[in-house]
Design a protein around this ligand. Structure first.
Ligand SMILES: [Zn+2]
Length: 517
């Protein structure tokens, strides 16, 4: 879904003529806006699916715009404050495929046609799920505007080395109003966060964002760590825009789910509120920039990020570097240049690195060999985040089955991507055509928001219905439980009997999958 934004009095005529005659299918819509302030507000509001209204009584939901399945060309007339918008777009909306040009860059016909022709190629890549993933992971070309993992990393590191002020147009946004928060919404979300039966599939993006805010605000208050509410919300909005909504599984919904699990475990196992804050925070950022594929595929076809990290824990290193850079920018009181700030950063980094499944056996051995070592606060933060990251199999069956369906779809994408790369990574629109396990087969691809279309009935689907739609689920779940989860949670619960319900749930879920296999 591609958009053309005309901002600040840019004339539509000449550009529109070129589009109409040569590229009639390039843009799905044209949006005319007064200025940059309006543009930024518009991007936020469409990304999370919320109207910007003063009165909470009005309906506050719009359909989020699927930015990642197309491009967003922004043509603006530069003013003194915002000459080049691209650094702002990359910093605050890294996944949106937004490209800014000034009116003067499109002044003559030749340059306009060559830019539009390039954008047409990019839009075609965005429409194809597998070509898009391949581009994110393996390309390292000159600036194209489409998301690239390696550029995401370079940008956050570059911003981290500069003294950055948050642009006034972003600072002045009241993010709580944008989300349309009401006391009813706040108490409903708290009720759902406060139980192990947390059901994030029923939540819209704006609610997921607010869940992140509610937990972090509470943890920060308990730890007496100061952060302004609007700044905390900006951090969470920036994080949400740094996760790919189109990923089936590894998206912001997964991040919020892992955060809620980590917080539930942390409040039972940790006594220091600062440590509860650090592990809850680490969980929200632990998969940022995830491409919906795995380390093996990144290494196999020489992704620039795999080369950058010398093929070791590629994704986990990437998530850590992007997230800690964001934190030092948005929460310098907690993650800063003081020795305490550096210590906090190390704890968060270690916990995220622990989510690399290549080290799973080490954590099981650590639990088996020494209960005491596992109780050391440093190890405990890593163990909690690791447990939370694989906690889907410990949730009540209905919720566990929904996660299983999404990971099954993501594994399908990985297999398609492998085949696509093996053939030379050539763009071919048939790559996303056939899929064995497709939810609601025959309908449009359900990839609107965080892997699912929130308006569909995915979150009410029963485990039985899901197994019918995804016949590969039972075998996949039994394999994961037998190979990784059961032993890990058995040892974890032996060391920490207060969370014994985890291993009980794994066992009863396994029984169901065996009965269905
Ligand atoms: Zn994860």
């Amino acid at each position: 879904m591609s958009s053309l934004f005309l901002v600040g009095g840019v004339a539509q005529g000449p550009l529109q003529d070129a589009i109409d005659t040569r590229f009639p299918s390039l843009f799905d819509r044209v949006v005319v806006l007064d200025d940059i302030n309006q543009l930024l507000l518009y991007l936020y509001r469409e990304r999370v699916g919320a109207k910007y209204i003063a009165s909470a009584s009005d309906s506050n939901t719009i359909k989020p715009w699927s930015f990642e399945t197309g491009i967003a060309l922004i043509v603006h007339r530069p003013d003194g404050t915002y000459k080049d918008l691209n650094p702002i777009l990359q910093r605050f909306f890294p996944c949106l495929n937004a490209i800014a040009l000034t009116e003067s860059q499109l002044r003559d016909d030749d340059s306009t046609l060559s830019i539009l022709s390039r954008l047409q190629q990019l839009a075609l890549i965005c429409r194809d799920r597998i070509a898009r993933m391949s581009h994110w992971m393996y390309d390292d070309g000159p600036f194209s505007g489409l998301y690239l993992m390696i550029r995401h990393l370079r940008c956050v590191q570059q911003f981290n080395q500069q003294v950055n002020v948050i642009p006034r147009a972003i600072r002045s946004i009241d993010f709580a109003s944008l989300l349309g928060v009401t006391p009813e919404m706040e108490s409903r979300l708290w009720d759902s966060l406060d139980t192990w039966s947390f059901q994030p599939h029923s939540l819209q993006t704006k609610e997921l964002v607010y869940c992140g805010f509610l937990l972090l605000r509470q943890c920060a208050r308990d730890a007496k760590s100061t952060v302004q509410e609007n700044k905390l919300l900006l951090l969470i909005f920036t994080l949400e825009s740094s996760y790919h909504q189109v990923n089936r599984f590894h998206n912001f919904r997964h991040a919020v789910d892992v955060m809620q699990a980590a917080w539930q475990l942390a409040k039972r196992l940790l006594t220091d509120p600062l440590q509860v804050l650090l592990v809850t925070l680490a969980a929200l950022g632990h998969d940022v920039g995830h491409p919906g594929a795995n380390n093996q595929l990144l290494c196999k076809y020489n992704s620039p990020v795999a080369l950058h990290y010398k093929q070791r824990s590629v994704l986990e290193n990437l998530h850590t570097d992007i997230f800690t850079s964001l934190l030092s920018e948005h929460w310098p009181q907690l993650i800063g240049k003081t020795s305490q700030g550096r210590q906090h950063m190390e704890l968060i980094s270690e916990a995220i690195m622990a989510t690399d499944m290549a080290f799973h056996g080490n954590y099981v051995r650590q639990l088996q060999e020494s209960n005491q070592a596992a109780r050391d606060p440093r190890s405990l933060l890593s163990l909690i985040l690791k447990a939370a990251d694989i906690s889907n199999v410990t949730r009540p069956l209905t919720i566990s089955a929904q996660w299983a369906a999404l990971i099954t779809l993501e594994f399908d994408d990985c297999a398609l991507l492998d085949r696509y790369q093996a053939k030379g990574g050539k763009h071919n629109s048939s790559t996303s055509g056939s899929r064995r396990n497709s939810y609601a087969e025959g309908r449009n691809s359900p990839e609107l928001e965080h892997g699912i279309d929130y308006s569909d009935d995915f979150y009410t689907a029963s485990p039985e219905q899901l197994t019918e739609n995804f016949p590969a689920i039972p075998a996949g779940q039994i394999f994961f439980i037998d190979t990784f989860a059961e032993q890990f949670f058995a040892e974890f619960c032996k060391t920490f009997p207060q969370v014994g319900f985890l291993v009980e749930n794994v066992k009863s879920n396994r029984e169901f999958w065996v009965s269905r296999s």
